[in-house]
Design a protein around this ligand. Structure first.
Ligand SMILES: C[S@@+](CC[C@H](N)C(=O)[O-])C[C@H]1O[C@@H](n2cnc3c(N)ncnc32)[C@H](O)[C@@H]1O
Length: 384
């Protein structure tokens, strides 16, 4: 890949091109970047490159002559690549465009300055205008560096391993999941346990969920074009439902969807008595998916109910300060309840299971066939 940058200020680019990954890639010959000083091509005796705009207005305009002559000297026709003018009027740069550029043999980048460039120069030597975002810079040099940096990372060998550019934000059509490194606990903030456990499948699933969640929150429009499978669509439906619930019930800290699907396993063991556990498992486990089995176990009578009705509701109400877990079996969502919860709003949610953190007391709201809402409190010795 050869990149030619046409600029009035080559010294602005040099430090960036000499350092870090870009510096190494250039030194290794993986990309070649040539800086062309437009001023050197000025036919003006004072080497002027700009003039007042015809028709009046503030600022100066870069004249056509030095630019067109510089291109003629360095990008003679036919030019085997793409000639780009960095401009706020251009197509906004994104990863797809970067990928297109990375497939070119050669790129020429024209950096404007002042009020811009005489249109006749653009008409003569430019194939396309690209913007790096909806704001105005003083010159195109930073834009050129952005293009060079983004394109270079896609050139084989520039990054340490080929994998490093495959998983990034946008490459997958989604934003990237959060990253963590040592220490596992930084000033009281623990890295997610799943990342430390070494279970590759669980890590992949966790990262996918995080990517979907971040994209839904920050850049939902990306989801329209992202390649999604049925599992992703199920995850997104649950995440959207979770947002609705969280808007109605402030103070809920959502646990990962994976955790929500796995958590009831623990509950199952804690609340289904040993004697009926085998039968309950046969009835309530469906293949690899354990989703909803606690709910089924309860509704099929495998979990004994000790007290019912308003007393249980009142009891839980009084104990809120203990810190509870909330599980919504229909949505397969799991929350930590922080600092109390709006019980009115909670009772509009449909089925739910509340448990104190030690799983020694669970409070279930269900609808038994033929009956209205049914509340039950289960008390147990601390679960194993
Ligand atoms: C002050 S700007 C000129 C802006 C121009 N008068 C306009 O309103 O479109 C000077 C130069 O900075 C560069 N530039 C400014 N904003 C840019 C952006 N968002 N993306 C790429 N290049 C930009 C262009 O090369 C431009 O010629």
């Amino acid at each position: 890949m050869r990149i030619k940058v046409f600029t009035l200020f080559p010294e602005m680019l040099r430090p960036m091109l000499g350092a870090s990954i870009l510096g190494r890639a250039i030194a290794a010959g993986l990309i070649e970047v040539e800086l062309i000083d437009i001023r050197a091509y000025s036919a003006d005796k004072h080497r002027n490159t700009d003039d007042y705009p015809f028709g009046g207005g503030a600022g100066m305009v870069m004249a056509a002559q030095p630019i067109v002559d510089a291109f003629a000297a360095h990008c003679p026709q036919p030019f085997n690549g793409r000639r780009v003018y960095l401009s706020p009027r251009g197509r906004t740069l994104n990863q797809r465009i970067v990928e297109e550029l990375a497939r070119e043999e050669e790129i020429a980048l024209l950096c404007g300055h002042y009020e811009g460039v005489d249109q006749r120069a653009l008409d003569s030597v430019i194939d396309e205008e690209l913007s790096i975002g909806d704001y105005v810079l003083t010159g195109g040099e930073l834009g050129a560096l952005v293009v060079i940096d983004a394109v270079a990372r896609l050139i084989p060998g520039v990054l340490g391993s080929e994998e490093s550019s495959e998983d990034e934000s946008f490459t997958t059509g989604l934003l990237e999941y959060p990253q963590y490194t040592r220490p596992a606990n930084f000033r009281g903030k623990a890295a997610p346990e799943v990342l430390l456990g070494g279970n590759h499948a669980e890590i992949v699933a966790w990262r996918r969920e995080q990517s979907l969640s971040l994209t839904l929150d920050r850049r939902p429009e990306l989801l329209d074009a992202a390649p999604l499978d049925d599992g992703d669509r199920d995850t997104l439906a649950r995440l959207k439902r979770a947002r609705e619930i969280e808007a109605r019930l402030p103070g809920l800290a959502r646990q990962g969807l994976q955790a929500a699907d796995q958590f009831p396993k623990g509950w199952f063991g804690a609340f289904v008595p040993e004697a009926s556990r085998k039968a309950a498992k046969r009835q309530c486990f469906s293949g690899r998916r354990h989703v909803g089995y606690l709910w089924q176990a309860f509704s099929m009578g495998f979990i004994p109910a000790y007290t019912e009705g308003d007393t249980a509701w009142k009891h839980w109400h009084d104990k809120q300060e203990e810190g509870f877990l909330l599980y919504l079996p229909d949505e397969r969502l799991l929350y930590r309840v922080r600092g109390g919860i709006d019980l009115e709003a909670l009772s509009t949610l449909g089925h739910f299971i509340l448990a104190n953190q030690a799983l020694t007391r669970t409070y279930v709201r269900t609808g038994k066939p033929g009956k209205g809402p049914y509340y039950c409190e289960i008390q147990k010795e601390a679960a194993q």
